[in-house]
Design a protein around this ligand. Structure first.
Ligand code: HAS
Length: 552
């Protein structure tokens, strides 16, 4: 029934795992190379090339392709509806072709510009054309998802949108709201820069890049939260504690995740502090749905623990299947990692405290625990269910599966602690420190304030990095073997129920209205800095080809 949809989901899923492998390999090389006392596996040039590939392959592509597979699976199974085949297929082909072109540009050394590709860093036009093609592909896929939900709503008037589909809708809506300014920056600024050496106004570019860059993180997070609200309770034989609170959280993510980008630009000159402060306040607003999620998920776990006979204040915690069920263990470990990272995010968001951590290893610690911990570990654990359902093959060596989330969790935790503390001591991010003289010179090491103190924390980070790289390698090995050689998997006759049974539609199901509210807040938050920048007039800077260590 879902032949085309399943084919697209399978291609997207396998491609996401290939990207996880490629990006993960370069992450492993980096964490060692930038740690004092560890083998240097990279030169400066390779470090920046590898860092670009690491960021693009993992942050942008692994997440996006996994989300496409998940979205298509949820929509078809939950709404029992076919999606627009040509749109879906064209979108998938464009996204894959664009990703391959981008990989060629990076691997051939023509795009050493990191995943943020800030101008005036120059890269080959191939890289920017690849980005544009990927974007168009994702819009096609987004359109196919929205069209299916819209059709289902017309067929089911008065019925509420099921929870997992609601999460998918929120994810896609955030993506579609966030990406047009990125398309503008890529097509009208970066591409002319790379084709004709056209100068670019860095501040204008960064405004539109971060308009996209922050909602991007909620595009990653919301599908993970969707899994916490739906699959996690199912695995425990229950339902989410409060469906209404879950929908309220999704609604807040939708309306507050875009107008906060200036919190990445606190140190940029030329933007009025009042506008930065407005974005600070809105950033605290977007932390609220995560707090609601914390409450709702823990209440769900407590409900499940008590159903399993857990008694007293903490007995429900030990009654849960820790270490037994890899899906449960992976998802809850992911939530704990996200909890820690959430608090470092709140530190980042503080207008004045941010100056202490900006561009330091602290930020690396933060985003590894969010997107690498909370999101990626959730996706890994969900793969244990999704791969058999889509490919009809069960996992091999099932007893080994539990080692995957365990290694990932322990490794991320250690890495996160090491990099957060190193960042507090002002260890920089995105710097090939092996080349940065001071780490190799014992005299400087002893005299320069703080530098010597980074060493043990970066070393701790490297130990963590190696541990979770092992978990990732094991996951990919087991997954690829299972996809091709796993024993046949048959679903027992029962229909697949992901979300709690839908009831009557409520305010939350007025999807158009919610998108309208989001647009109004975005216009307020972004018109002010945009007017400031354009009325002052642009000051374009000539492009600059990064070479080795200069690329940071
Ligand atoms: Fe962030 C930088 C602020 C969430 C990813 N972030 C980044 C970058 C990435 C990223 C990739 O304000 C780097 C970009 C670059 O290359 O420059 N972030 C926040 C805030 C939140 C937040 C306030 N970030 C995320 C998520 C990400 C992500 C989610 C990916 C998925 N972030 C920032 C800021 C910067 C930044 C600044 C720029 C810094 C700079 O100077 O460059 C919030 O949404 C977080 C809210 C979350 C919570 C946690 C709730 C807890 C839950 C779990 C409960 C579990 C429990 C179990 C209680 C408030 C749901 C036990 C828990 C324990 C604690 C043990």
């Amino acid at each position: 029934k879902f032949r085309i949809e399943d084919r697209v989901a399978k291609v997207a899923l396998v491609f996401s795992y290939v990207l996880l492998l490629l990006g993960g390999l370069f992450g492993f090389l980096q964490v060692l190379s930038r740690t004092p006392g560890m083998p240097k596996l990279e030169t400066a040039q390779l470090y920046y090339e590898g860092l670009t590939l690491h960021g693009v392959a993992l942050a942008i592509l692994w997440t996006a392709f996994f989300i496409v597979a998940l979205a298509v699976f949820v929509i078809t199974r939950e709404l029992n509806i076919n999606m627009n085949g040509p749109l879906l297929r064209a979108g998938c082909i464009l996204a894959v072709v664009g990703s391959l072109m981008g990989a060629v540009a990076i691997l051939s050394g023509q795009a050493t510009v990191l995943y943020t590709f800030y101008p005036p860093l120059q890269a080959s036009p191939l890289f920017f054309i690849a980005l544009a093609i990927i974007l168009i592909g994702t819009w096609f896929i987004g359109a196919a998802v929205l069209e299916a939900i819209w059709r289902w709503k017309k067929l089911n008037p008065g019925k509420e949108v099921p929870l997992a589909t609601y999460g998918v809708f929120t994810t896609i809506a955030i993506w579609l709201l966030a990406t047009p300014p990125l398309a503008y920056a890529v097509l009208f600024r970066s591409l002319p820069m790379s084709l004709f050496n056209a100068p670019v106004d860095v501040l204008e570019w960064r405004l539109w890049f971060w308009f996209f860059g922050h909602p991007l993180v909620y595009f990653w997070l919301v599908p993970a939260v969707t899994i916490w609200y739906t699959i996690l309770p199912r695995v425990l034989g229950t339902e989410v504690f409060s469906k209404t609170a879950a929908k309220a959280a999704f609604m807040l993510y939708l309306i507050a995740s875009v107008p906060v980008g200036l919190h990445h630009q606190f140190v940029d000159p030329g933007v009025h502090p009042v506008y930065k402060y407005l974005h600070t306040v809105l950033t605290y607003l977007v932390a609220v749905p995560s707090f609601i999620t914390a409450f709702n998920v823990i209440a769900t776990l407590e409900k499940a623990g008590r159903m399993r006979g857990g008694k007293g204040l903490f007995g429900w915690i030990t009654a849960l299947p820790w270490g037994k069920d890899p899906v449960f263990t992976g998802i809850t470990f992911a939530i704990i990692l996200f909890g820690i990272a959430g608090f470092s995010g709140v530190v980042n968001a503080s207008f004045n405290v941010n100056y202490n951590v900006h561009n330091t290893a602290w930020v690396v610690g933060h985003f590894h625990l969010t997107v690498g911990g909370g999101v990626t570990l959730t996706f890994i654990a969900t793969s244990f269910l999704l791969v058999p359902l889509l490919f009809g093959r069960d996992y091999v060596a099932k007893k080994l599966l539990i080692a995957v989330p365990t290694l990932w969790f322990v490794g991320q935790l250690i890495f996160g602690i090491g990099y957060h503390v190193a960042g507090l001591l002002h260890a920089p991010r995105r710097t090939f420190t092996a080349e940065a003289g001071y780490l190799n010179d014992p005299n400087l090491l002893n005299t320069l304030h703080l530098v010597g103190q980074w060493t043990p924390w970066l070393q701790l980070g490297a130990i963590g990095g190696v541990i979770f790289a092992l978990g990732g390698a094991l996951f990919l090995l087991l997954t690829f073997v299972s996809i091709f050689k796993g024993p046949p998997f048959r679903m027992d006759g029962a229909a697949l129920q992901i979300s709690p049974t839908p009831e009557k539609a409520t305010f939350f199901d007025r999807l158009g209205l919610l998108v309208g509210i989001a647009l109004v807040i975005i216009i307020i938050a972004y018109s002010l800095p945009a007017i400031e920048i354009y009325t002052r007039g642009l000051s374009p800077a000539p492009p600059y080809w990064p070479t080795g260590a200069a690329a940071g």
